[in-house]
Design a protein around this ligand. Sequence first.
Ligand SMILES: *Cc1c(COP(=O)(O)O)cnc(C)c1O
Length: 458
Amino acid sequence: MEPSLGDAALREISNAVSTLEGAIASGPITPKVTPEEIRDYLASRFDFRRPLPLDEVVGDVERMLRNWQVHVTHPRYFGLFNPSVTLASIVGDLLAAMYNPQLATWRTSPAANEVERHTLAWISSKLGLPEDSAATFTSGGAEANLSAILVALTRAFPEYRECGLAGLAARPAIYLTTETHVTFHKIAQMTGLGLRSLRTVATGSDLRMDAADLARRIAEDRKNGFAPLLVVGNAGTTAAATIDPLPELADFCRRENLWFHVDAAWGGAAAISPRLRPHLSGIERADSITCDAHKWFSVPMGAGMFFCRRRDAVLEAFRTDNAIMPAQTDGVLDPYSTSVQWSRRFIGLKLFLALAHYGESGYIEMIERQARLGDLLRDLLGRSGWEIVNSSPLPLVCFRRAGVDPAQFVATLQQKGIAWMSAVKLSNGIHAARACITSIRTTEADIEHVVSAMGRLV
Ligand SMILES: *Cc1c(COP(=O)(O)O)cnc(C)c1O
């Protein structure tokens, strides 16, 4: 390895990081590019036959990323929850790659394992879970939700581990709403539960799970020989930031001996804000919780988190009997036998570095500022003739206006470079435009600019 080449490549990255901070706001949000254009470019430059200087390749790829992607870190990207990322978390990702610690077992990476444990314990306490809860970093919310289903299945059916679904006397059923993330559909496909194991519980006009309909469906399923397993409560849905009646669902699940999982993939970060925490009340009674660091904690993908108050059930669900791994170390849990993944990246470092650097107060300020910007957006839209069709303390606003087609409207906003928003169809049948504050770079001026630019389009 020639150190000078490495130095140049690192300088290239360091320059790109600092240039982007100043340049992103004035650049485009949505690229105009075809697959052919990118394929031709790659074919003409990278046949891998002869080696290229690293700094040159880094510069080239950096330009490709700059020109050819939706800039989710742009201050006027009001999209699906892909955040702008903090500098500390970018550095964390780089540092993790550098030492490449293997987190499958504690013994191979004591420091990294303990950094993750320390970080997860802090978040777990903010969520209100007991100290002896299990927690792991995951690739994202999808893996965390999968973990919840696997642990719940193993706990409810001790024969599941040996015999699989085929060995169960009754077919398990899972209860969710049309607002619940579709990862659960994929999980039903992947686990062998099948889509028919999913029960779509009715929602009220506020899009929240109707607890009376839940009770009715569970009674009916029990009568028909099904085995109700798990209820998914949402703490901030993807489409409309809906928070289900968590305390009521927690009561119900305890009474009915059902697993209560809360999907707080993006909304969960609100737990660290004294102002927003009360809106998540009831989450502390969940059996398991999904909360992504790569959403409202503003760290790079992929960094999800899975929390579970039933430690024994987690150990049983992921237990493996094998001879190849180093023996367990006393007093610690090896991630490979307590989670879905085997070889593991040091996922948690980016969150640890960001928490350590910005501190709890810095994080609270980031999150509450974004929530305030959401309030401002809601307020300005309401005063400019838009009808707000969702209700949430989180910074996500769904809105519509007579004579305006949401899908066409958000496409125009993208074309004109005003903002990136999406169009949604909510479970009450309403079509709306959707804007979510996901960037720590967004300012009041951005919100005011976008709302007034929108006014000129209608
Ligand atoms: C994003 C999201 C998911 C999926 O998480 P990934 O990190 O994308 O795997 C699940 N549930 C909710 C509510 C989400 O917002």
